[in-house]
Design a binder for this molecule. Sequence first.
Ligand SMILES: *[C@@H]1O[C@H](CO)[C@@H](O)[C@H](O)[C@H]1NC(C)=O
Ligand SMILES: *[C@@H]1O[C@H](CO)[C@@H](O)[C@H](O)[C@H]1NC(C)=O
Length: 316
Amino acid sequence: MTLTIVTFLMILGRCTILIYLVFCVPILTTILYFIFKNDTSASSALFFKNFNFGGHRGSPERAPENSIASFMKAKEDGCDLVEFDIHISEDGVALLMHDDTTERTGNADLKVEKTSWPVLEGIDLKPVNNVSAKIPKLHETIDWCVENGMKMLFDMKNDNLTLIEHIADEIKKRNIYDKVLVSSFNPVVPWRLKKIDPRIITGITLDRSYYSYSDDHRKLPFTTNMFAHFWNEILDEINMIIQPLYILPKFLGVDVVMISFRLISENAVRESNEKGFSVISWTVNDPDYMKILAKLNVPFLTDISSQVDRKIFKSK
Ligand SMILES: *[C@@H]1O[C@H](CO)[C@@H](O)[C@H](O)[C@H]1NC(C)=O
Ligand SMILES: *[C@@H]1O[C@H](CO)[C@@H](O)[C@H](O)[C@H]1NC(C)=O
């Protein structure tokens, strides 16, 4: 016995890089995994009750995306939920905006994080379908949703801790745990939220191009550096290979996996459910996909809520 221990210590003492890599790194990773892992403890049954489809940034074909006008249209179209993107201004105001800048959707090109609310408030959003609108504060958006019985999906574009704490606070203060899902591409957001308040329903977005592209269509790479982009593509491939293990969602303790319509399949839905995750699909603009998802009982987000044939949900 003593001899075995001594031999073991001798081996350990001469630990080469290889031994470290083969034994120490996986063991250490596993230990850290269990130390920092979150538990899932939110109850999402009420949130998913009567949730068939949601408006992606409201109804962006009928009014400027991420505006109250857009959410009104989504409501008219029969959406059960509105999804919107949350950023924070320089002076700490939580507001709705998808991009880092106001260039694409507004009449000025300003970096949201570097601009104060009084300036952002003055911006006119580019009219859509002759509807003009202003940038809404998160606070007034939640007010509108609560008054109109609309469920909410917060898509966090920013892992600013002040913002995450603010979000947790709003949900707690208003007791809207069963009306809100907070999701992000950024794992820090759901991880941190569950640590602050396990009752908050959280989600993580899964897609093919998690690291390499910033857009749904794989046209806008995150980086212009060829080598960095190549590396990101490799990360994406690894990500795709390990995704079926659900290591990340389990670690984060999320309740929902947000699966891109490009990755969704009956199998993916069943596996997610078996692992204990609910599924929401995005961004579904094809009527055939909508039908399949309705049949699978998977709610989805769409840009074209006015064109959703609501009869497809009747079978439920
Ligand atoms: C978060 O945002 C606030 C307000 O814009 C800012 O003061 C703070 O420095 C930010 N924190 C981090 C960690 O970026
Ligand atoms: C928008 O308004 C202008 C001027 O009132 C009108 O000429 C145009 O047809 C309208 N466009 C749409 C899409 O309603």
